[in-house]
Design a protein around this ligand. Structure first.
Ligand code: NAD
Ligand code: DAU
Length: 328
């Protein structure tokens, strides 16, 4: 079995690769894995070190917008799992061009190559943010797409392209929409690793606005298991929400992190709110649970404790990333 993983040197993609390389998603059989990654600021080849010696892993340094390269890499693949994206909301507010290029044009390039290259299954990894913000209740997959940031708008556009390639060209593509992930190897621009590493450095943590925004936190391993289930048994043309983690306000999350790192509220700096800051995300996971038997397995308490431990022990991994970008 040959699996192509785009963005496999990023946070979630590398987790998927590390697990897939151990046969976790193929009943113990070891698949051939090709990682296609541009190694932007968010990509880190060191994320693949634990499986770097595997003879079945090939790394291709390249851009998902490069049509000839993508055509070559995707041809005849049994499975493409598409993670590659510009993923950080604040960066999309500062400048959206790269988001449209990679997330929209890059996805279209991949879908085109997959349709032409007889790819057996394509999973497009998307986000709950495409639905917009919801005060009460949860979105099902049939909720309208009402993205509010340039990031989520670019992801929504790519979701629609995936749908169109299924309807028009019969491409066997599924879309997954997941809630906020946490776990090891997450770039320190995202809130959990940012707050943990700032506190480890004795620096304050910047809490946006009133801190009452709600996110549903899911361990990256639970997300990747959901993706693998969709890859194996998802119906082509369908969308599957993935979530069911722990809903927390940012104040609630900050409180937990302060306590775990032995700090108090004097270490919190209130800063102006993110522009267009979505209040709450919440996905209904009834479809993937009922149809594919999915449920999250890692409790937030256990997952967060292990994640904090990982950052405590892996300063070698995150310190250079924070140094490269002073604003963290
Ligand atoms: P990330 O920013 O950590 O990693 C993105 C990876 O894509 C990096 O390795 C980067 O080098 C690569 N990449 C970027 N542009 C590229 C290009 N043009 N060509 C090839 N490679 C390129 O992202 P992540 O947090 O791991 O997210 C992965 C996917 O999951 C994204 O599509 C994101 O929208 C989606 N998602 C993320 C979350 C989350 O909480 N992080 C939740 C739901 C969905
Ligand atoms: O919901 C899924 C999405 O989750 C993914 O699609 C995105 O790729 C991923 O980045 C994440 O988006 P968020 O914007 O929710 O994540 P972030 O870690 O940037 O912020 C989480 C919350 O914390 C959000 O309400 C903003 C707040 N925050 C964030 C930062 C970086 C702060 O209060 N201070 C900060 O410095």
């Amino acid at each position: 079995m040959r699996i192509v993983v785009t963005g496999g040197a990023g946070f979630i993609g590398s987790h998927f690769v590390r697990r897939a390389a151990s046969g976790a998603y193929t009943g113990g059989e070891l698949p051939e894995i090709v990682v296609l990654d541009k190694l932007t600021y968010a990509g880190n080849i060191a994320n693949l070190d634990p499986v770097g010696e595997s003879p079945l892993l090939r790394f291709v340094h390249g851009d998902i917008c490069d049509r000839p390269l993508v055509t070559d890499v995707l041809k005849g693949a049994d499975l493409v799992v598409h993670f590659a994206a510009e993923s950080h909301v604040d960066r999309s507010i500062a400048g959206s061009e790269e988001f449209v290029r990679t997330n929209v044009l890059g996805t279209q390039t991949l879908l085109n190559a997959a349709a032409d290259g007889d790819v057996a299954k394509f999973v497009h990894v998307s986000t709950d943010e495409v639905y917009g913000s919801i005060d009460d209740g949860s979105w099902t997959e049939s909720a309208p797409l009402e993205p509010n940031s340039p990031y989520s708008a670019s992801k929504a556009s790519s979701d629609l392209l995936a749908r169109a390639f299924h309807r028009t060209h019969g491409l066997p593509v599924c879309v997954t929409r997941c809630s906020n992930n946490y776990g090891p190897y997450q770039h320190p621009e995202k809130v959990i690793p940012l707050f943990v590493t700032n506190l480890l450095d004795g620096r304050k943590v910047p809490l946006y606005g009133d801190g009452a925004n709600v996110r549903d936190w899911l361990h990256v391993d639970d997300h990747c298991r959901g993706i693998a289930l969709v890859a194996e048994r998802g119906t082509p043309g369908e969308v599957y929400n993935i979530g069911g983690g722990t809903e927390l306000t940012n104040i609630g999350l900050t409180e937990r992190l302060l306590e775990m790192l032995g700090a108090d509220w004097s270490m919190v700096q209130r800063v102006p709110d993110r522009k267009g800051h979505d209040r709450r995300y919440s996905v209904d996971i009834g479809k993937i649970s009922d149809q594919l038997g999915y449920r999250p397995l890692i409790s937030f308490e256990q997952g967060l404790a292990e994640t904090v431990e990982w950052y405590v022990s892996r300063r070698d991994w995150w310190a250079p990333l924070k140094k490269a970008e002073r604003s963290y």
